[in-house]
Design a protein around this ligand. Structure first.
Ligand code: NAP
Length: 279
């Protein structure tokens, strides 16, 4: 029986993967901020006969306190982790700052993956073949890291700009991970599922939500189908420490998106941000 931690595990692809693992007999802790989706996840687990192997952990992963609480809880509760899946998102149409004074998408989509991934690498390394699946958008819309203006204080804010900044930061986090843990056995995969029909349109205005859902009905994959290659990747990752994927196409770890110097710069900047919040 394997043990998985899934952030954003109560909806969309995170939920789909969680229920898939539970159905085949594994243990899953799903993290998200909403009680109702957490309850629904546990009810779905019970219908699969997996009530005793499913756990819901409520945490607001836009805050560093929430991220640290998950690391502390899981470190205390688990002997080891066979895999982690990062699948949180909440699109912000307007610029939103978190309780820590960070831009919301940067905090939720990038920083939570940084804190939880680095924070729990020790538990992963107690498993025989540990894997991290980080859902992002490698090889998708280009996007930029606004190094001197991560919060969009001066740069005009757009939800897509914040989302693509986080995607680029996720790519750099992935390529940098083995450098921070050279002795780790973790196989780290950053994965672009392309267009999948999930609850992602929920935060949009009614008009944009209707348009997105309409497009999703026509063009997006269903969660049940989208998770098949993800589950296969978790079960059999390539031997290299890091890989990047656009669905089943493996992407080369080259160019600006995976540049080791930029990855190092982002790591150091992120450590500074965390130190400031801690102080
Ligand atoms: N769907 C796509 O077409 C697509 C395309 C490319 C990449 N992706 C990436 O794939 C991943 C999964 O996407 P999805 O569409 O399956 O997601 P989704 O259905 O929108 O689910 C998002 C999950 O994140 C949780 N979440 C949101 N805000 C949170 C917070 N503050 N703290 C903790 N948890 C929070 C949600 O639960 P609560 O709301 O209850 O907190 C939910 O469980 C994301 O990283 C996304 O960027 C998706």
């Amino acid at each position: 029986m394997r043990t998985y931690l899934i952030t954003g595990g109560t909806d969309g692809m995170g939920r789909g993967l969680g229920l898939h693992f539970l159905e085949r007999g594994d243990r899953v802790t799903a993290v998200s901020s909403g009680e109702a989706k957490g309850r629904a996840f546990l009810e779905a687990a019970a219908r699969l006969g997996a009530a005793d192997r499913a756990r819901f952990l409520r945490a607001d992963l836009s805050t560093v306190a929430g991220m640290n609480a998950v690391v502390a809880d899981v470190a205390a509760a688990e002997e080891r982790l066979d895999g982690m899946v990062f699948a949180t998102q909440r699109f912000q149409q307007t610029r939103t700052l978190t309780a820590d004074g960070l831009e919301y998408t940067f905090a939720l989509s990038y920083l939570s993956r940084f804190v939880i991934g680095h924070g729990l690498v020790g538990l992963l390394d107690r498993a025989p073949r540990p894997v991290v699946l980080n859902l992002g958008a490698p090889g998708g819309f280009p996007g930029t890291v606004f190094w001197d203006d991560l919060r969009f204080d001066r740069e005009p804010y757009k939800g897509m700009k914040a989302a693509t900044q986080a995607s680029r930061a996720i790519d750099l986090l992935a390529v940098d991970f083995p450098r921070r843990h050279p002795d780790s056995r973790v196989k780290y995969a950053v994965y672009n599922p392309l267009f999948v029909k999930t609850g992602m349109a929920a935060p949009l205005s009614p008009v944009k939500r209707a348009a997105t859902n309409g497009l999703a009905t026509l063009f997006a994959q269903r969660v049940e189908r989208a998770i098949v290659p993800m589950a296969a990747l978790i079960d059999s990752p390539p031997p290299e420490p890091v890989s990047a994927w656009r669905r089943t196409t493996r992407l080369p770890l080259e160019g600006e998106a995976f540049d080791p110097d930029r990855a190092d710069r982002l790591y150091r900047l992120t450590e500074e941000i965390l130190e400031r919040i801690d102080a």
